[in-house]
Design a protein around this ligand. Structure first.
Ligand code: GLP
Length: 242
C-alpha cells in the first residue's frame, strides 16, 4: 500500500477527485468502483464542479457501487442509489443505465454473483474508491468476512448501524442487512484508492498499518493487492509516530 499523507480532509478529497478525473481522462470508457459515506462525498462534489467548468465527459463511463441496503426502496432518500444520484450522477453526463448498485431485483437472495459477472463483462474495475468503517469494514464487509467472498448479502454490525444512524430518523430505521461487493470483488479491481479522514478513523488506520491481513480487519486484505493508494489526513494519522 502506498500511503499519501495530507493535512486536511479537504486535501484528501481533492486528491481523490484528481485520481478519478485522471482515470476518466486517460480512459473515457473507464469502469469505476464507487463508495458512499461522508468521506468520498466531497470528492464527488469536486467532480461536479469540474464538470460545470470543463465538461469532462462521462458518457462512456460505467460505475459499480460497492453496496446497497436491503429493505429500503432505491427511491428512498436513504438508499445508496439516491445518495449517488444527488451527490454525483444527476449533475454529470453519465448515463443512468451505466450506473449499477447491487440489488435483489430478479435474483435469488443467495446468489448475487450476477454483479461480479457483470463487472467482468464490462472489463473489470479500473479504479475502485473505498472508505473504511471504524471497525475496519470496506463496503459492508464486516470483521469475520472471508477474503474470497464475491457480492453477497450481509447482516450489518451494530457499530455500523449506529454510525450510519446519523442519516436516519432513529437507529431502528437503519436497515439490519445490506448487499455488498465481497473482499474478492474489491481485490479484483486493477487499482484501489482508500480515503481515510477524521479523528474517528485514527485507531483503525493505526491497526491497518500494524496488522497482518486477517478477517478481523477486512481492510487489511488490501495489503495483498499490488496497486493500492491510501490517502489519509492528519487527524486520521494522529496516532502514528512522526
Ligand atoms: C459505510 C459504507 C462504506 C463506507 C463506510 C465509512 O457504512 N458502506 O462503504 O466506507 O461506511 O463511511 P464514512 O466515510 O461516512 O465514515
Amino acid at each position: 500500500m502506498e500511503i499519501k499523507r495530507f493535512k486536511t480532509k479537504e486535501e484528501v478529497t481533492k486528491a481523490l477527485a484528481e485520481m478519478l478525473l485522471a482515470q476518466v481522462k486517460a480512459k473515457p470508457n473507464s469502469v469505476l468502483g464507487l463508495a458512499t459515506g461522508s468521506t468520498p462525498t466531497l470528492a464527488y462534489h469536486e467532480l461536479v464542479k469540474d464538470y460545470l467548468l470543463n465538461q469532462t465527459d462521462y458518457s462512456k463511463v460505467v460505475t459499480f457501487n460497492l453496496d446497497e441496503y436491503v429493505g429500503i426502496d432505491s427511491k428512498d432518500k436513504n438508499s445508496y442509489r439516491t445518495f449517488m444520484d444527488i451527490n454525483l450522477f444527476n449533475y454529470i453526463n453519465i448515463k443512468n443505465e451505466n450506473t449499477f448498485l447491487p440489488n435483489l431485483n430478479n435474483v435469488d437472495d443467495i446468489d448475487l454473483s450476477y454483479y461480479d459477472e457483470h463487472i467482468n463483462n464490462c472489463g473489470g474495475i479500473d479504479l475502485q474508491v473505498l472508505g473504511i468503517g471504524e471497525n475496519g469494514h470496506i463496503g459492508f464487509n464486516e470483521p469475520g468476512d472471508d477474503m474470497d467472498s464475491l457480492t453477497h448479502r450481509v447482516i450489518l454490525a451494530e457499530n455500523t448501524r449506529e454510525n450510519n444512524s446519523i442519516y436516519f430518523e432513529t437507529i431502528d430505521d437503519v436497515p439490519t442487512e445490506a448487499l455488498t461487493m465481497g473482499i474478492q470483488s474489491i481485490l479484483n479491481a486493477k487499482k484501489i484508492v482508500l480515503a481515510i479522514t477524521k479523528k474517528t478513523k485514527a485507531k483503525i488506520f493505526k491497526r491497518l498499518l500494524e496488522e497482518e491481513p486477517s478477517s478481523s480487519l477486512p481492510a487489511s486484505y488490501l495489503k495483498t493487492h499490488a496497486n493500492v493508494v491510501v490517502l489519509v489526513d492528519a487527524e486520521a494519522a494522529s496516532l502514528l509516530e512522526g
